[in-house]
Design a protein around this ligand. Structure first.
Ligand SMILES: Nc1ncnc2c1ncn2[C@@H]1O[C@H](COP(=O)(O)OP(=O)(O)OP(=O)(O)O)[C@@H](O)[C@H]1O
Ligand SMILES: [Mg+2]
Length: 462
């Protein structure tokens, strides 16, 4: 039974809420002062309320004080952000208090006088969300140990839609197409889906369809027989065969040529294929997850992607929104990455100053979560695990100014490696600006292979 603690110094309000919530099937406890709430929140598992409905005005401490103290008490163990299972009750018209409460980590607020049905809706939403994030955590947790590379962070409404879909399709083996801009977490979703599917015991085989020219990609996917082409000295198994009883992750599927698309379609339809240069057909039992940062319907329109293949791949669609459309998730992600990229193993995570947080909240994040992660990792190193202030946050636009300060940066202890990496980052981003984002042109401008260029872009979260 879900446990709700009602904290209000007004006994009649507690009484009304208690009767109502008990009728709705909740287990209800009461507190008439703030300290009671704190000790309840800190109590062991069995006694800890699942949700607290808390008045802002209480005799000993205000609800805001309680939030502040509860937050600092739980911060050390928080893994998913700093939200508290608290709904604040405030007098109508005190929106500044409501806002502050949310900033301090309350889940939501209701205004007094309240309508009991609204209270119930808020409570139900809370528990629904809890169940979802619990589910996603379960999914991203394997064998009890949580790998920070396999947790999805973010509580924004669009991410909750994503979690719902993941939850629904996880255990099924449906074909999923994950789309979204670069760095939004497509590969992460694929990994979580694989780990929670019935193919989880099998391998997760990744193929980057953009990294290889057409002929190599086909032999990579389907393998080849000895002598299939010059250099095919022995028979080789392709990724589809390696992924037998597991998942194949076709990354950047929008980059496949039409002829490879046709072959892929056949494999998906017939669940069998022949190795390049061979005639024996090989059956597959593999879950297919693909990803793209292109808008495939547009590619279809332009004649670059087969519509029939699109429908095969897109049985279930998961769209990951760009970070700039869910800025509320930034603080949670920052906290997560501070944990993940601690300066030294076992050391405390760095903190981000308010000013630096403001910069992070305002940035457009063209490289999305990956760009944010790289930035936090870099700032942690530059600040040597101490407070990350504005000076450690720099976006490519501001980089040009920084080179003037090489001497100054050296004096601050910046290493040659970091300086060079800043130069490289700027060169990449300038090349992209000059070529209007055309990676092929940008890579030739820089005199590097496209694959290397892409890889470096990934490193810098561009
Ligand atoms: N919601 C999230 N919570 C935590 N980490 C995330 C989240 N989204 C992305 N990341 C992290 O950001 C990095 C980039 O994610 P990922 O590689 O999955 O992006 P992608 O969409 O596949 O990008 P690309 O299109 O460039 O290949 C990874 O380190 C991933 O763990
Ligand atoms: Mg990817």
């Amino acid at each position: 039974m879900q446990r709700i603690l009602i904290a209000d110094d007004d006994a009649s309000i507690r009484g009304v809420l208690r009767d109502f919530l008990e009728d709705e099937g909740f287990h209800v406890a009461e507190a008439d002062h703030g300290a009671g709430v704190l000790s309840a929140l800190e109590s062991g598992n069995g006694a800890r309320p699942d949700l607290v409905l808390m008045d802002v005005r209480m005799p000993d401490k205000s609800g805001l004080d309680v939030l502040r103290e509860a937050r600092s008490a739980t911060a050390a163990t928080a893994t998913t952000g700093s939200q508290l299972p608290v709904v604040i009750m405030t007098a109508y018209g005190t929106s500044n208090i409501a806002i502050e409460a949310i900033q301090l980590g309350a889940y939501d607020y209701i205004t007094k006088p309240f309508d009991l049905d609204d209270v119930l809706i808020t409570i139900q939403r809370f528990f629904e969300r809890e169940a979802l994030s619990h589910q996603v955590h379960e999914l991203s947790t394997r064998l009890g140990e949580r790998d920070p590379n396999e947790v999805m962070i973010g509580n924004s409404a669009p991410m909750q839609e994503v979690y719902k879909t993941i939850g629904r399709v996880a255990r099924s083996d449906a074909t999923v197409l994950v789309s979204g801009e670069t760095g939004t977490g497509k590969e992460l979703v694929a990994t979580i889906l694989h780990n929670s599917s019935s193919y989880a015991r099998g391998p997760l085989i990744k193929v980057n369809c953009a990294a290889l020219p057409e002929t190599l990609l086909e032999s990579e996917l389907f393998g080849h027989e000895k002598g299939a082409f010059t250099g095919a000295l022995a028979q080789r198994k392709g990724r589809f065969e390696m992924a037998n009883k597991g998942t194949i992750f076709l990354d950047e599927v929008g980059e496949m040529t039409l002829s490879t698309q046709k072959k892929l379609l056949r494999v998906l339809q017939e669940r069998e294929f022949e190795r390049v240069g061979g005639s024996l057909s090989v059956k597959i039992d593999t879950r297919v997850i693909s990803a793209t940062n292109k808008i495939l319907p547009q590619e279809i329109e332009a004649g670059r992607f087969r519509e029939d293949l699109y429908y095969r791949l897109n049985i279930i669609a998961i769209y990951l929104p760009p970070l700039r459309d869910r800025r509320d998730d930034i603080p949670l992600l920052v906290e997560h990455f501070l944990h993940k990229h601690r300066y030294l193993a076992g050391s405390k995570p760095a903190r981000v100053s308010q000013g630096a947080m403001r910069l992070l909240m305002d940035h457009e994040w063209p490289g999305n979560v990956r760009e944010l992660e790289n930035m936090i990792e870099r700032a942690t190193v530059l600040s040597q695990g101490n407070v990350i202030t504005e000076e450690y946050i720099s976006f490519s636009g501001a980089d040009s100014r920084r080179f003037v300060d090489i001497g100054q940066r050296l004096r601050k202890g910046t290493s040659l490696r970091d300086l060079l990496s800043d130069v490289e980052r700027q060169a990449l981003s300038e090349a992209l600006t000059i070529t209007d984002g055309d990676r092929v042109q940008a890579s030739s401008l820089l005199g590097v292979e496209l694959t290397e260029f892409r890889e470096r872009m990934g490193v810098f979260g561009l």
